[in-house]
Design a protein. Structure first.
Length: 112
């Protein structure tokens, strides 16, 4: 079997082996392929990884514990900024790909 190419990552992004996150190989490959290749179920598995927990904690440390749109401190979630950010799963750069939103703003954003 041929070796997989090394994933590009930002210098500030922690080195992570996506295949060492407890997900099956097929799911990881779909997530790495980008938007349109993975399912909502795949994304639910992704947000349970230790990598996502670290990215989420970093986003809260950087942006604080209030929604970036309405300043609400209730029901906070970390949101991938735009469809392009999903191309960077396992290689997110917090300042470029993530933001903190409350559940209401997050839901409204995805309804657009």
């Amino acid at each position: 079997m041929a070796a997989l190419p090394e994933l590009p990552r930002a210098p500030s992004s922690p080195a992570v082996d996506p295949f060492d996150q407890g997900l099956d190989r097929a799911t990881v490959l779909r997530l790495l392929a980008g938007p349109g290749r993975f399912t909502a179920a795949d994304l639910k598995l992704y947000v349970r990884t230790t990598h996502w927990e670290a990215m989420r904690a970093e986003a809260f440390a950087l942006y604080g514990h209030a929604c970036m749109l309405c300043s609400s401190p209730i029901g906070l979630q970390v949101h991938h900024r735009g469809r392009e950010a999903y191309r960077w799963l396992f290689r997110e750069i917090v300042t470029r790909h993530l933001t903190v939103l409350c559940s209401n703003c997050h839901r409204r954003h995805h309804r657009r």
